[in-house]
Design a protein around this ligand. Structure first.
Ligand SMILES: [Zn+2]
Ligand SMILES: [Zn+2]
Length: 281
């Protein structure tokens, strides 16, 4: 009578066989790649360059980074063109033409690029569950482009701007959470994604005037973590798009009331239009 094959395999070898992809599996994947080459996550047509870490084609990558060059570290506005002279005047302290004279509760902004063109399309698509891999790729692109800036912040916590549970349920994904988790892992900083909650739903900010935007998010967030979790801490708030800054401002207000000493905002995209909130100084 034949001994069952499994009984003859030493346990260690069996475990290794389970962990390491078998040669057949690798060959199989290569064969599938040959038949169905991986497509760019954004255009879904072109192939990413061979060996690319990000599943984005060169053209889409270039378009996503349009207007990524200079930006104001106070408000995230593009620092090129007409505002470049102002932006160069100590962006960190004085701000740019868009934000000078405005006061924010957040202390610093890091952003990938302007909310237009390919990046706008990507941010809109990232709100849908099927495009979670695109959200992860955009987060990685953010990291590759801004690693030096993000690392210099030396934050203690990464906090994604919370989505109301109902909206999360309906969408099946939460792009600030996907981006925040990705950045936190890269920055080797703890993700405090359950410490800040949205306690009430808000109307979409789009189309609202600056004053209404501020009213709309007032009291929408609360800290739920352990007492003193944020006391004296440097916190990085992550959002997909920074528009008027009303949401980021409110989150920063709540975090600072909970003791945070410094709050920065990392936004994938920043709207180019000059409609910032922030109290006049
Ligand atoms: Zn593409
Ligand atoms: Zn500015």
């Amino acid at each position: 009578m034949n001994v069952p094959l499994l009984a003859t395999i030493p346990w260690r070898a069996a475990r290794q066989a389970r962990l390491a992809p078998s040669r057949a599996a690798v060959l199989g994947r290569q064969f599938v790649d040959l038949l169905f080459p991986p497509r760019c996550l954004l255009c879904e047509v072109a192939e990413p360059p061979a060996g690319a870490v990000l599943m984005l084609c060169d053209d889409c990558r270039r378009q996503l980074l349009q207007g990524a060059d200079n930006y104001c570290a106070r408000c995230g506005a593009a620092g090129g063109g007409a505002s470049s002279i102002a932006a160069k005047v100590s962006a960190r302290d004085a701000g740019c033409v868009e934000c000078r004279g405005r006061r924010f509760r957040f202390d610093h902004v890091v952003r990938l690029a302007s909310y237009e063109g390919a990046l706008r399309d990507a941010v809109l698509r990232m709100k849908h569950a099927r495009d979670e891999p695109l959200a992860a790729a955009v987060a990685d692109l953010f990291w590759y482009e801004r690693a030096a800036d993000l690392t210099t912040l030396a934050v203690d916590y990464v906090v994604p701007v919370p989505l109301h549970w109902w909206r999360w349920l309906r969408r099946g994904t939460n792009s600030p959470q996907v981006v925040g988790a990705r950045l936190a892992r890269r920055m080797q900083a703890p993700l405090a994604d359950e410490s800040l909650v949205r306690v009430r739903g808000t109307n979409p900010q789009g189309g609202l005037a600056a004053v209404r935007r501020r009213q709309n998010v007032r009291g929408a967030f609360a800290v739920r973590g352990p007492a003193d979790e944020f006391r004296g801490r440097r916190v990085l708030v992550v959002d997909d798009v920074l528009t008027s800054g009303a949401t980021a401002d409110e989150v920063a207000r709540v975090l600072k009331r909970a003791g945070a000493s410094w709050v920065a905002v990392a936004a994938v995209a920043r709207t180019p239009a000059p409609h910032l909130i922030g109290a006049a100084r």
